[in-house]
Design a binder for this molecule. Structure first.
Ligand code: ATP
Ligand code: MG
Length: 721
């Protein structure tokens, strides 16, 4: 592209940013206003007009997918190779520097990166050596603590530990760090911190990079954490120019240490000029108005306005599903219609709040034979915790399953070390036995130390014991029994943070999957468990489309950041799901959830569907959720409600976001279904259902704080809101 072409496809404000003199700049703008486009064009401008060398460009984004896309967009724009440029994620780029300067970083040339499993194994070893009870101090919790400190740039010596608990954590952190350093290992958070420290401590090195990277560009800046900010600032120094682009309304990683304040801090620290973009090119006027109205409910905003001269477009359709299966059926049905109209599957996306929600959606897609691809997360039956649980069940139903044996013999840890395992493997090889029987043989022959023998025996008894006890149970009860009695559930419950919570939820969702599983009539299985296991292994092999294949795009709302799709579904938009239950308990988190909703809605270009379910089985429990408060915050003229398909046949009320209700109930209670009410003790809630008449009449209310309750109408003294 020549220079005039470079600017042609831009509006005035975008052009101002792209063609600005070398200086520090903040491009602050709402979703879909072309921030990423400005960044890409700026890089091309620097090369073509400022004669910048590709070697001087340092561009940072958040995900590998985004980095790949940015490189492709740059190459397209400059019509050449972006080879010499550094374009990558924070971790990717810091890792590259560390590799080049491992000696200065006091790391061996072949230093390895610890994944979270390795990390926890290491912490567990240390805990044992330090005589710390792992039950009280789960390794996952400690790993979370260490990462959080590193993200803040803190070494053990920098932590002011006032109470004994923190002192203990600090000691473990310290021991862990020594062990990592001795072994030449770095964990994920260490990569950035270590890189930062090396640059800070080695002036020559720092000068080298500062002189090289004259142009630093950062996308999605609102989600940077403390150490990322400091790292960027260090490389920028006093002389280089930085262009950061971001949107405070899209900051969604506060729970992981991101600091929105970094935007304001940047303005102060770098004396930067702010350029605002106000025209949205992505979404229809309707979607944009709804998203803008929603986000106005947040209090702490830097303030932006966003308009479009695009089409009005269709209203946002809101579907009140009867339950999660109905929701999935609805979504798949709409995608089918969309496909029949000649559109590509890959132009549609299903976004959800929690990974566990994908299972029911995946099944509905599979049933229709529709390809799908899950981004930034694994397919349900391939997730670590699900595989752990399935491997126990596999071993219970077939002792010869060596892969399952290997996976679970020491998960959760039961003191069976590598030495014992290799003993078992050797014996299995020598005698041509499955591992299970080899383990038995070794114990009988007393080839193991007393401790190891006891541990292995316990494991064998555990699996035998499960089989003996689950014979009469239903499939779901069998799964539940196994998950709980093997210690898997407890192990994942001990894991801190969002990830741990997600794993527990997934395990509960597995029980749910068992409940819904129907044994196929035309196939012969010796038991429902056999049938289910066959089904899960087929499931994990098929269905998922390759990257280039035409497929429905599925991801969590968090992973959808920066992307756009013509057709978008947001599923499970219910109180307690989205906003999540936890967010209602921690201050500031509710606004972050609302930003996440804003991110989700603004992914849609042409058509947006939002669905919520009246009843939802998730994590093994049936819950009644009222529609999310976010739905009530959308302007009436931007939405259309699609009536609920419901088992109740009575005439339907027309109140907003309400499921239907029997007519008598409405007449008798004086309340509408879906109506907000106040109870003296339980607080605010939404009327969900009603039964009986007169003095016996009862009303079901889903309270925001305490969940769903049936109350005798006469005593409930509900106050309409
Ligand atoms: P997000 O906040 O979601 O990351 P963004 O601000 O980075 O959004 P982009 O992804 O850069 O926005 O742009 C959104 C869409 O608008 C893209 O399809 C882009 O190609 C298009 N676009 C941006 N600027 C213009 C323009 N001046 N003319 C036409 N299309 C534009
Ligand atoms: Mg962007």
């Amino acid at each position: 592209m020549d220079v005039s072409e470079l600017l042609d496809g831009l509006n005035d404000n975008q052009r101002e940013a792209v063609a600005a003199p070398l200086q520090n700049m903040l491009v602050l703008a709402g979703a879909g206003s072309g921030k990423t486009r400005v960044l890409v064009h700026r890089i091309a401008w620097l090369m073509q007009v400022e004669n910048a060398s590709p070697y001087s460009v340092f561009a940072v984004t958040f995900t590998n997918k985004a980095a790949k896309e940015m490189r492709a967009r740059v190459e397209q724009t400059i019509e050449g190779s972006a080879g010499g440029m550094w374009i990558g994620t924070f971790h990717g780029l810091a890792h590259r520097i560390l590799r080049a300067h491992h000696r200065e970083a006091k790391l061996p040339e072949s230093f390895q990166i610890l994944d979270s499993d390795d990390q926890q194994r290491m912490i567990r070893r240390l805990l044992k050596a330090m005589n710390i009870d792992e039950k009280k101090w789960p390794a996952k919790h400690i790993a979370w603590y260490i990462s959080a400190k590193k993200d803040e740039g803190l070494r053990p010596g920098d932590i002011q530990a006032y109470d004994v608990n923190e002192q203990l954590l600090q000691r473990v952190y310290s021991a862990y760090q020594e062990a990592c350093d001795r072994a030449g290992l770095v964990d994920f958070a260490e990569i950035l911190l270590r890189c930062y420290e090396v640059l800070q401590q080695q002036p020559t090195l720092l000068r080298h990079y500062q002189q090289r990277f004259a142009h630093i560009l950062v996308d999605e800046f609102q989600d940077t954490n403390t150490i990322q900010y400091r790292w960027l600032a260090l490389i920028a120094g006093d002389t280089n120019s930085m262009m950061i682009v971001g949107d405070d309304d899209q900051s969604i990683y506060g729970w992981r240490g991101a600091r929105i304040e970094n935007i304001k801090r940047f303005l102060d620290d770098f004396d930067a000029e702010t350029i605002r973009l106000e025209q949205n090119y992505r979404s229809t006027a309707t979607i944009l108005k709804a998203a803008n109205t929603l986000i106005e409910n947040n209090s702490e905003r830097m303030g932006k306005s966003l308009w479009t001269d695009g089409n009005q477009g269709e209203p946002i359709s809101i579907y009140a599903a009867f339950n999660e299966l109905d929701e999935a059926r609805f979504i798949v049905g709409k995608i089918k219609t969309w496909l029949q109209a000649g559109n590509a599957l890959s132009d549609s996306a299903i976004l959800y709040r929690n990974n566990a929600q994908s299972r029911v959606l995946e099944e509905a897609l599979l049933q229709e034979g529709m390809k799908y691809r899950i981004y930034g997360g694994m397919r349900f039956f391939e997730r670590q915790e699900i595989k752990d649980a399935l491997c126990y069940l596999r071993l219970v139903s077939n002792r010869q399953d060596d892969a399952a044996f290997e996976r679970v013999i020491n998960t959760p840890t039961r003191g069976i070390g590598d030495k014992t395992l290799s003993h078992i493997r050797d014996c299995a090889r020598a005698e041509s036995l499955p591992l299970w029987y080899a383990a038995k043989a070794i114990i009988e022959q007393q080839h193991l130390s007393g401790r190891a023998a006891t541990a292995v025996t316990r494991f064998l008894e555990l699996v035998d014991g499960i089989e003996a006890r689950i014979g009469d149970l239903t499939l779901a009860e069998q799964a539940k029994y196994a998950i709980e009695n093997t210690g898997l559930m407890a192990m994942y419950q001990a894991e801190k943070g969002e990830k741990g919570r997600a794993r527990v939820e997934n395990l509960e969702e597995l029980i749910n999957a068992c409940e819904q599983y129907e044994l196929p009539v035309d196939e012969e299985f010796s038991s429902p468990l056999q049938g289910f296991l066959a089904y899960t292994s087929l499931e994990s092999g098929e269905g998922q489309a390759e990257e280039h294949e035409d497929a429905v795009q599925m991801m969590t709302l968090h992973s959808a950041k920066g992307l756009e799709f013509p057709l978008v579904f947001m599923a499970g938009v219910e109180e307690g799901m989205f906003p999540s239950q936890q967010s209602q308990e921690e201050s500031g988190r509710l606004e972050e959830e609302r930003r996440l909703c804003y991110v989700g809605m603004t992914r849609a270009m042409d058509k947006l569907y939002i669905t919520h379910a009246e009843a939802r089985r998730l994590y093994g429990q049936e819950k009644y959720h009222s529609p999310s408060r976010f739905l009530r915050e959308l302007p009436d003229d931007c939405i259309e409600e699609i009536r609920v398909r419901t088992k109740v046949t009575a005439p339907q009320q027309s109140s907003r976001f309400s499921p239907s209700l029997t007519q008598a109930a409405f007449a008798d209670s004086g309340f509408n279904l879906g109506q907000r009410v106040l109870h003296a003790k339980f607080g605010e809630g939404t009327v969900l259902n009603y039964e009986g008449a007169g003095a016996q009449s009862r009303v079901q209310v889903n309270f925001d704080d305490v969940g769903s309750k049936w109350l005798v109408t006469a005593y409930a003294r509900l106050q309409a809101l």
